[in-house]
Ligand binder design. Sequence first.
Ligand SMILES: [Fe+2]
Length: 251
Amino acid sequence: MDRRTFSKELLATVTSFALMDTLFTFNAFSRSIQPIVGHWAISLNDYCSDLKKQAIMPVEWQWQIENLYQKIELAELLKFIDFDNLKKGFQYPDLGVSTKPVQFPKLAGLPEKTVFIKKIFGMQKGRAIIPHGHSNMASAHLALQGEMHLRHYEKIRAEKGYLIIKPTIDKTVSTGECSSISDDKDNIHWFVANTESAFTFDVIVLGLNNAQYDIHNLDMYEGQDLHDGTMRVPVLDVETALKKYGKESHH
Ligand SMILES: [Fe+2]
């Protein structure tokens, strides 16, 4: 490379630095432009990608996602997923919940097809995300609107037609609070809406352990106390489970 070419290239670099500087200065004065680097949606995708590659343990993924959700400003997230629009004309079922897929806007550094599934779940008062556990699947749930009664159980082991489980969480979740489940921690969950309507934003990672995912609906009211802090609960088919648990009958 001769000196002349070198100078020309150097000048081009200097010019682009100058241009970048101008752009950054412009950004600094423009409050409406969001910082793209370190956007929560990119972190979310990175964590899910790490989980899928088994670069992190499911429990670590749960911790990271919940930690991330605590830092996100809910109003910004609602805008980002266009919640107002998703909620418009939402069809609430009489039993259980309905879902709608979520689409993220284009963002530098975020793949167009995220490694995870993203949906909103919506239900009316007294309706439930019926009690169930997952296999080879992890999910995180952020309450977007309303209040829900949330129960979680640890999956201790499976027996033919039953799961042996142990209660871990029993609380009320309100807007902005989150929860998560994996094969390793708090595997069974059960939400019941306390308010006229309730919505969650769900992030779901399937096909963990290179295996097909599975869902086990549980007949909680038929649980047998094993007197060691655990109970043996029958597994139900989805139709029976929805009829029994999709809508609270006692109020
Ligand atoms: Fe679930």
